[in-house]
Design a protein around this ligand. Structure first.
Ligand code: NAP
Length: 322
């Protein structure tokens, strides 16, 4: 996708940030969070799988679950960071699982990993997400953020179900972003070729597609009684924001949420399991409309086309998904 002209981009940014900054930052959390009670529901006996658990929101969500008594399969590619996470949690609460989540064959192998050999997963948090400014390709030939943010989530959820590793009545949480408000569902913006790559548009499009996937899985995995939610954490000061959005962070740093405030609705949803809402995102413990601008209500692709793309890309790597 070509970059918009500078003035148009500036106006677009001002409209977007002006509209959402009060709500998505700590200001919104404090205003809405006054009546929130800490999540204390015991999670003993629950098995969680959290992707991208080595830092930011994933780390916070994993710690919160482990402190409520869950056993958390914490997936990341940095062994030392996983060990440090385990050391910060109650003994045995965190089980480190090393995996590069941009490597689709490695993700497909996760359900058979020895660390997952116990009880099936009760709570799957598809948290890993990256905004990559400069185009890069994985050794498997996929644009890296597409593989990490979207295809991997599909490969993992499908693989867990196929292997009988997702528990009956499990909860799946797809961590989306307010960035989805800027784009409609569009399969052409998912595995973007180098010549047209724009990291922001790619990231926003992956997030819109994650929402569609959450709605799709609800029906697809209905026989398991699975509950699926798309959850927006707000804007939190995390390592990912620090490296991918330095200007944004410099401007809004003092009012960004901390990682635990960002992870609050993830933790709350897994405990409260409220009725699901189609084409809605959960934010600060309530479902909110998934559209803020008229143009995103006109999708450029259907969910069926999204599934065709994901399944075809997985099949090219010899992986079966559904
Ligand atoms: N922070 C926000 O304001 C915000 C707002 C809206 C949505 N979100 C969403 O929330 C989720 C978490 O964001 P975050 O800000 O917490 O991100 P983050 O600070 O970058 O943390 C993500 C974690 O994922 C890991 N990771 C990245 N690529 C990986 C890979 N290929 N394999 C294994 N691990 C990998 C990173 O570890 P490495 O050190 O190995 O890279 C990092 O620890 C994302 O889906 C993001 O889109 C965040």
């Amino acid at each position: 996708m070509a970059e918009p002209p500078p003035l148009q981009a500036l106006i677009g940014s001002l409209v977007f940030y002006g509209r959402f900054a009060p709500s998505f930052t700590r200001i919104g959390y404090i205003a809405r969070g006054l009546p929130f009670r800490p999540v204390k529901t015991p999670a003993e006996g629950e098995v969680w799988l959290v992707t991208g658990a080595t830092g930011g929101l994933g780390r916070a969500a994993a710690l919160r679950a482990a402190r409520r008594g869950a056993t958390v399969l914490a997936v990341g590619r940095n062994r030392a960071a996983l060990d440090s996470l385990a050391a910060a949690a109650p003994a045995g609460g965190i089980v480190p699982v090393v995996c590069d989540l941009s490597d689709m064959r490695a993700v497909a192998a996760l359900p058979a990993a020895p660390e997952l050999a116990g009880r099936p997963v009760d709570v799957l948090v598809n948290n890993v997400g990256v905004l990559i400014r400069d185009f890069s390709r994985t050794p498997e030939g996929l644009e890296t953020s597409y593989a990490t943010n979207l295809l991997g989530h599909h490969v993992l959820a499908s693989g867990l179900v196929a292997a009988g590793r997702l528990a009956r009545g499990a909860v799946i949480l797809n961590v989306v972003s307010g960035g989805l408000y800027s784009v409609p569902l569009n399969t052409r913006m998912l595995n973007i070729p180098e010549a047209h790559y724009n990291g922001f548009a790619a990231y926003a499009s992956h997030k819109r597609a994650q929402l569609a996937l959450a709605d799709h899985w609800r029906g697809r995995f209905a026989d398991l009684g699975v509950r699926t939610y798309a959850v927006h954490p707000g804007w939190a000061d995390t390592p990912g924001v620090q490296t991918s959005l330095p200007v944004f962070r410099r401007l809004l740093g003092p009012i960004l949420r901390d990682a635990h405030q960002g992870a609050d609705t993830i933790d709350w949803l897994a405990a409260a399991r409220p009725p699901e809402a189609i084409d809605q995102i959960w934010f600060d413990r309530r479902p909110r409309p998934a559209h803020a601008f008229a143009h995103t209500r006109q999708p450029a692709a259907t969910t069926a086309q999204l599934l065709d793309l994901l399944n075809a890309d997985a099949a090219r790597l010899g992986l079966r998904t559904a």
